[in-house]
Ligand binder design. Structure first.
Ligand SMILES: [Zn+2]
Ligand SMILES: [Zn+2]
Length: 197
């Protein structure tokens, strides 16, 4: 196996372990340094080697990189939690954006989904919207949404997570571009305010 394939495999493993598709180079090295060293014991510049491989993976559109935060986000791959919870849907037939919407709608156990509901609760963040219904288990129905989709450079981090009712979630994904931009702006502001509190 070459360096790039090996690093890619270990990145997916790391993301499965943390339950998030976003990671920094340092987090990856903290978790995987010994694994990388064992792969090529003769290499004495592991950190630079890994940085270079992440750049190659980014060129292949397997990762995205946000310069403002130093984090990488895994693209186009489902983590184990997401795979098991969306097993009934054939996601291979969907476009990247619609796939993201479907995964967000059906996945409840992934770390990003739990974090968002813990922080934001069960009320739609769109302008005090109160649209919800009770599930069989007594909890209010809510959907978790990545404000900037991962496939468009968003991250699996709190600043980019939100909770929406089913109607506003569809709006955020499928409305005309100016409506979608407005929703994005409202949510980024709302979430930034709540995180600071
Ligand atoms: Zn969404
Ligand atoms: Zn709503």
């Amino acid at each position: 196996m070459n360096w790039k394939d090996f690093v890619y495999q270990e990145v997916i493993d790391h993301c499965n372990n943390t339950g998030s598709k976003t990671f920094s180079l340092q987090e990856l090295l903290n978790a995987k340094l010994a694994t990388f060293q064992a792969f090529k014991p003769e290499n004495h510049h592991i950190k630079e080697k890994i940085r270079q491989q992440l750049q190659f993976l980014r060129n292949d559109n397997l990762l995205s990189f946000l310069d403002n935060s130093g984090n990488y986000t895994l693209l186009g791959v489902l983590l184990d939690d997401e795979k098991s919870e969306t097993a009934a849907i054939d996601l291979t037939r969907e476009t990247a954006e619609r796939r993201e919407y479907l995964v967000e709608t059906y996945v409840r156990k992934a770390k990003w989904a739990k974090q968002a509901v813990e922080l934001f609760g069960h009320h739609c963040l769109f302008h005090g919207c109160s649209n919800t219904f009770l599930r069989e288990d007594g909890t209010s129905y809510i959907e978790v949404h990545h404000i900037i989709p991962l496939c468009q450079g968003g991250e699996d981090r709190l600043w980019n997570l939100s909770v929406l009712c089913a109607h506003h979630h569809r709006m955020a994904h499928f409305a005309d571009i100016s409506t979608r931009m407005t929703v994005e702006k409202i949510l980024l502001n709302e979430v930034a305010t709540r995180i600071e509190r």
